[in-house]
Design a protein around this ligand. Structure first.
Ligand SMILES: CC(C)(COP(=O)(O)OP(=O)(O)OC[C@H]1O[C@@H](n2cnc3c(N)ncnc32)[C@H](O)[C@@H]1OP(=O)(O)O)[C@@H](O)C(=O)NCCC(=O)NCCS
Length: 149
């Protein structure tokens, strides 16, 4: 990739761009106000990826005591499958570890092959299911953990 890709902490001014990317990525997207709030939430760690100054990826987690709970991970559709999600998630893991997390957890749709592959590459393993977790289609959620970050 010739373009310049950088990663940095999300700020409140990013809320519009992140909400736009969220809307392209999820059936039940968060709003710009949600991200505006997240940017100043002290428990939250959010990272954005910028390609030539345009936000093309973001990921966020909440850290409470030694546990990080991933809230969201997304890459702009046209840039998926090029390794950006892997770099992004690596940055998120590094950031939550710096805040004291020694374990990380998240929920994911069993049908989301790309995301599951990504999380497994960071040592997360499926430990159970939440029945009918996703309200749009009643799909279960896989609960994944890595307890040895
Ligand atoms: C999940 C997501 C963030 C991955 O980002 P990405 O930039 O495409 O990820 P990468 O290119 O780094 O690929 C990560 C792994 O997934 C695999 N992968 C990527 N796209 C894939 C696809 N369409 N089908 C199957 N595997 C895929 C890659 O091969 C790679 O695995 P590997 O390292 O074994 O080769 C991205 O697909 C996305 O934004 N999806 C929509 C939002 C979403 O579902 N987020 C997760 C919610 S829990």
């Amino acid at each position: 990739m010739d373009k310049k890709l950088i990663f940095r902490t999300m700020i409140q001014d990013d809320a519009d761009a992140v909400a736009e990317l969220e809307a392209k990525s999820f059936v039940m997207p968060w709003s710009r106000e949600d991200f505006w709030r997240e940017a100043k939430n002290e428990l939250a760690t959010y990272i954005v990826g910028e390609l030539d100054g345009k936000i093309v990826a973001y990921a966020g987690a909440w850290v409470s005591f030694n546990q990080a709970e991933v809230m969201s991970v997304a890459v702009e559709p046209e840039y998926r499958g090029q390794g950006i999600g892997t770099i992004l998630f690596g940055k998120l893991v590094k950031a939550v570890k710096l805040r004291g997390a020694t374990a990380i957890t998240l929920e994911v749709r069993p049908s989301n092959t790309a995301a599951i592959k990504l999380y497994k590459s960071f040592g997360l393993r499926s430990v159970g299911r939440r029945k009918g977790y996703y309200l749009d289609n009643g799909e279960d959620a896989l609960i994944m953990w890595n307890t040895k970050l």
